[in-house]
Write a protein that binds this ligand. Structure first.
Ligand code: AMP
Ligand code: MG
Length: 542
């Protein structure tokens, strides 16, 4: 078992503490003020801030795998003295907490300065021979960037972020990680659906981990203010720390190095979003302040997983009207966000718009190649445009949408079809079972026709049918963290029962492996969850 829900009484004696650096603070300019009064912070990329203590920290869950990667002994992690650090009540030696400044385009509009309103970086954990990793507390109290917010997070959203970060990691998707989930013992007041019904909910803090939490918006903010010197310093820092292969042999990075970096960001963003599409993940709030400069999935809020295949679906009720961040829009929004980043970086390219135009092409080309490759793999195919695989895929998408069929279950079922010794003569029961409504005869016929076409196409692959089935099961998840499933674990956690959280943590370690003991959570969305708040749709309130 790689994860464990823990009780405070499990505390053991502390062992060796990790080393922390503050390279970001050492190399980049910061705010002179250290108070938390909301303000505009100019000529600086960060503001020192201490986490605000909480009443009664209790470790609810942690990632043993990540702890191992960080060189943190499990006994140390479970020790109550460590839990105090993970709750923002104490610091380890070498930690120097700060909140980062950034801006962003939210729902298509420039929103000005945003910044870490409720996230506080504790320090960069440094291990011999391993890349530095930042530890960041989400929900640790107000900062200079909190505006009217309280700097806190509730248990339900923290649990969702904790679970999904780790679920995505084990699905192989680039993501920020989550080390721990701590209940604060304090209550946090939230109006979950912005309808005037605010209630007090249990508070929690997630300790997130990533090489960097820099976002597109980190670069947009200084650029929007005309502070090109600051923009340049941040870009040079980013290249040196995270893209050193793009640095010139000597001297400062030039227009060409900055351009190559931007093109790499375009490429990895396109690759990330192709990956999201292939597993049916909908981020829900792809504002430019939620786009990682390293191409990681970042800021898990009102995200969701596709149940019935619907390109127009969004889990975010705040976006229900415009559906800007709906499933099918994600690739285009990724491109729009890249363009915003490119516009912000223009001064580094000597205002050469061609660099941004090339990034557009690189993004579109990469997305096309990656999406074809990934969806091809889901069908057991090495994608071949000359064999009309594009049309095969498009026809499948059309059928899945029309037949209201569950994306995850449908793709997972295909491995049992590919091994049939001859072309299927009827729509398999597993495919019927993946639909949310009984299929009318014409849909059964069109579904079967598609399956037969696909089955014949698989016979043109070099690999055997059994090999294809294995390859397909390795990319078509058996389990994804559907909203109703996370909702059940949250409801139980609110009652003090962490067993469901524990079960999910076990499941998500091996999302491509059938786990019969957990079969109830790998089913399609039950009817009761279709419209239940928190089980199908969520608001940004967290
Ligand atoms: P998000 O929608 O979570 O990505 O947040 C957008 C912006 O609002 C970021 O600058 C957050 O730091 C800030 N924010 C969100 N919730 C809070 C909160 N409870 N207190 C302070 N700032 C917040
Ligand atoms: Mg955010």
């Amino acid at each position: 078992m790689d994860y464990r829900a823990v009780r405070a009484s499990d505390a053991q004696s502390p062992m060796l503490l990790p080393n922390f650096t503050q390279v970001f603070l050492d190399l980049l300019p910061g705010d002179v003020r250290t108070d938390t009064a909301p303000r505009q912070v100019h000529n600086a990329l960060w503001s020192r801030v201490m986490p605000t203590p909480v009443a009664a920290p209790r470790l609810l869950a942690y990632s043993a795998g990540l702890a191992r990667e960080l060189g943190l002994d499990e006994a140390l992690l479970r020790n109550q003295a460590t839990v105090e650090v993970l709750a923002g009540n104490a610091l380890w030696p070498g930690m120097a907490p700060y909140a980062a400044s950034y801006g962003g385009h939210q729902f298509g509009q420039w929103a000005g300065q945003l910044g870490d309103g409720r996230a506080i970086v504790l320090g960069e954990l440094q291990r011999d021979g391993a890349p530095r990793l930042e530890l960041q507390l989400k929900g640790a109290g107000p900062t200079a960037y909190s505006r009217r917010g309280d700097g806190r997070a509730v248990l339900r959203s923290s649990l969702r972020e904790f679970l999904c970060s780790e679920a995505m990691f084990h699905l192989g998707v680039p993501t920020t990680r989550a080390l721990s989930l701590v209940a604060t013992g304090d209550l946090v007041v939230r109006d979950m659906f912005y309808d005037g019904n605010a209630i007090a909910e249990p508070g929690a803090i997630v300790c997130r981990v990533a090489p960097s939490f820099l976002r597109f918006g980190s670069f947009e903010l200084p650029s929007s203010r005309g502070d090109i010197a600051l923009l340049r310093r941040l870009a040079v820092f980013t290249l040196r720390q995270f893209f050193p292969h793009l640095l010139p042999a000597q001297g400062e990075p030039s227009k060409a190095a900055f351009g190559a970096w931007f093109h790499e960001v375009a490429k990895c963003t396109a690759g990330l979003i192709a990956h999201w599409q292939a597993i049916g993940f909908v981020h829900g709030v792809m504002n430019t302040d939620n786009m990682s400069i390293l191409g990681l999935t970042i800021d898990y809020g009102p995200y969701g997983w596709i149940d019935n295949f619907d390109l127009g679906w969004t889990p975010n009720t705040t976006d229900a009207q415009n559906r800007r961040y709906a499933f099918g829009n994600q690739p285009g929004i990724g491109l729009w966000n890249i363009e915003r980043l490119g516009t912000a970086l223009l001064p580094l390219f000597d205002n050469d718009e061609q660099v941004v135009r090339s990034a557009r092409e690189i993004y579109q080309q990469t997305y096309g190649i990656e999406a074809s490759r990934r969806f091809g793999m889901k069908l057991g195919l090495l994608f071949r445009a000359d064999l009309d695989d594009g049309a095969l895929l498009q026809d499948l998408f059309d059928w899945l949408a029309a037949a209201e069929t569950d994306m995850t279950l449908f793709f997972r079922a295909l491995s049992s079809v590919v091994i049939l010794p001859s072309v299927p003569q009827e729509l398999p029961p597993l495919v019927h079972a993946a639909s949310y409504a009984p299929l009318p005869a014409n849909r059964v016929a069109s579904g079967l026709a598609w399956l037969q076409r696909w089955w014949r196409r698989t016979r043109q692959e070099a690999a055997s049918a059994v090999e294809l089935a294995g390859n397909m099961d390795a990319v078509n998840p058996w389990f994804v963290l559907r909203n109703w499933v996370a909702g059940e674990a949250i409801e139980a956690a609110h009652q003090g029962d962490l067993s469901k959280v524990q079960a999910l943590l076990d499941m998500l370690l091996q999302p491509f492996t059938e786990q019969p003991q957990h079969a109830a959570w790998a089913k399609k969305r039950p009817e009761w969850a279709r419209s239940k708040p928190g089980c199908s749709s969520l608001s940004c309130s967290s």
